[in-house]
Design a protein around this ligand. Structure first.
Ligand code: AMP
Length: 215
């Protein structure tokens, strides 16, 4: 099952995508994670992408489609992929269609997670992740037991550099201008668009999603 998760930064794509991937037994592809890892590792991709990430701007479509193309060569993706944060522009949507079609695969559904703007800002600015194991917390909604320390492994909790307030504001603007138009794009396509209210607790959103996917 190939699924796209659409939604503003902070809507919960990463959280819901990870749970869905586990339940459905298919991998998740998050271009944001691939890019952050490349920046950390100092690869050519990372050096190129860094300025876009730090500014809250989108990485060029061709770069993103290159990551997608390469990821889809992994045998584990044959049964499907959860695309988390891909696609973000109309050319990416067209490009993904072409790639999937070329491999004899289809897009089964697009999931739109809708969240109020005020909640988005608190979710992003409160987000902390473990530098060691990647566990994610939120100082407002899901604080760790001890401030700044991971409950799971005791690692140090850090803020993503692109979660700084000015960058967050820019990422929301970019979402509105470049990504939100994809809602109409998919609505007009043959692929089902599933809208879920993402203002609810994680489990509620997940159960709603699973129910809607299997019906
Ligand atoms: P995310 O972790 O999905 O919020 O992505 C973090 C950042 O990575 C974004 O603000 C963009 O700079 C870049 N990025 C991730 N996915 C894409 C994409 N599909 N298209 C363009 N830029 C992306």
């Amino acid at each position: 099952m190939n699924l796209i998760l659409l939604g503003a930064p902070g809507a919960g794509k990463g959280t819901q995508g990870a749970l869905l991937a586990e339940r459905l037994g298919i991998p998740k592809l998050a271009t944001g994670d691939v890019l952050r890892e490349a920046v950390r590792a100092g690869t050519e991709l990372g050096l190129m992408a860094r300025k876009f990430l730090d500014a809250g701007e989108l990485v060029p479509d061709e770069v993103i489609l290159g990551i997608v193309r390469e990821a889809l060569t992994a045998p584990a993706t044959e049964r499907g992929v959860i695309f988390d944060g891909v696609v973000r522009t109309e050319p990416q949507a067209e490009g993904l269609n072409t790639i999937l079609r070329g491999m004899g695969r289809t897009l089964d559904a697009v999931i739109l997670i809708e969240v109020d703007e005020e909640t988005l800002v608190r979710r992003i600015s409160g987000r902390r992740s473990c530098a060691e194991c990647g566990a994610v917390y939120n100082v407002y909604f899901e604080p760790p037991r001890a401030e700044g320390v991971c409950d799971v492994c005791g690692g140090a909790l850090v803020t993503r550099t692109d979660d700084a307030e000015a960058t967050v504001r820019r990422r929301l603007e970019v979402y509105r201008a470049s990504t939100a138009p994809l809602i109409d794009y998919y609505q007009a396509s043959a692929v089902p668009l599933i809208r879920v209210d993402g203002n609810r607790p994680v489990d509620e959103v997940q159960n709603d999603l699973l129910g809607r996917l299997t019906n």
